[in-house]
Design a protein around this ligand. Structure first.
Ligand code: FES
Length: 253
């Protein structure tokens, strides 16, 4: 039996949803694999929604909004783009980055709507079913996707992505702009750190563990795990539980 992907689409009310409607009333053919959720603006699509859809076993997620410059709320689609880029980087840590897509479709582009949907459906068909789908989903990958879901919602990531345009596009009081490459470096580091920290938090969900246990289980260098534990402790997310022998054991708060 041929694989028919299940895809979730978040379409902005003012452009892409109207574009989909136009494709429908114009009787333009396209594959019926995408179920649509109408949102008022692509900027409303929280990265967590995308990750959660993948966690639930959807094969792909499509976010569509108005073309740059055409957003009904002025810059919602620019915000959407920043959030999407961050989400894609996180998903690349789990090898799922090709299962999401962002594109712009206006209300008059019924034909283009059918084209971008057809292309995405075909690309997902080529990738095959999600490893998180079916009777026996890949448990390790599922755990990593859960860590990503928590990490994209962390205060640090929300603050970084929320301020990215202001920091990189506007001048500070000295008339200087923060270089985009430098910001990207900061972002990449934050993504890696928050991913590892949330993997640690998940690993501590059921049982308390030492740095050595965590390093072995998650395949992260012990010195890095220790650094993460100190940060997590300062955030009141973990604490020392007990000392076994000479080894402190951490618990999740
Ligand atoms: S209203 Fe369409 S992207 Fe903002």
């Amino acid at each position: 039996m041929s694989f028919e992907p299940k895809i979730l689409g978040f379409l902005c009310n003012w452009c892409s949803y109207a574009g989909a409607d136009l494709a429908g009333v114009s009787r333009i053919q396209y594959p019926p694999n995408m179920r649509v959720i109408r949102v008022m603006c692509s900027g409303r699509v929280d990265p967590k929604f995308i990750i959660q859809a993948l966690e639930l076993g959807l094969d792909g997620v499509f976010v569509m909004g108005c073309h740059p410059g055409d957003c009904h709320y002025l810059d919602g689609n620019y915000e959407a783009e920043k959030k999407f880029e961050m989400t894609k980087k996180f998903l690349s840590l789990a090898g799922l980055e090709d299962r999401i897509r962002l594109d712009w479709v206006s209300a008059s582009e019924g034909k283009r709507y059918s084209e971008v949907v057809t292309k995405f459906v075909n690309d997902i068909k080529e990738l095959g079913p999600s490893p998180l789908n079916g009777e026996e989903p890949d448990e390790e990958l599922l755990e990593n996707v859960r860590a990503i879901k928590a990490a994209v919602s962390s205060e640090r990531m929300r603050a970084l992505v929320g301020r990215e345009r202001k920091i990189t596009e506007e001048e500070n009081v000295y008339g200087e702009k923060f270089p985009e490459e430098k910001f990207n470096e900061l972002m990449d580091l934050a993504i890696k750190e928050e991913y590892e920290r949330h993997r640690i938090l998940l690993a501590l969900e059921k049982y308390s563990k030492s740095v050595k246990d965590l390093a072995k289980e998650l395949d992260i260098d012990p010195s890095l795990v220790l650094e993460h534990m100190l940060v997590l402790k300062s955030r009141s997310q973990v604490d020392f539980g007990e000392i076994i022998g000479n080894t402190p054991v951490f618990i999740r708060l």
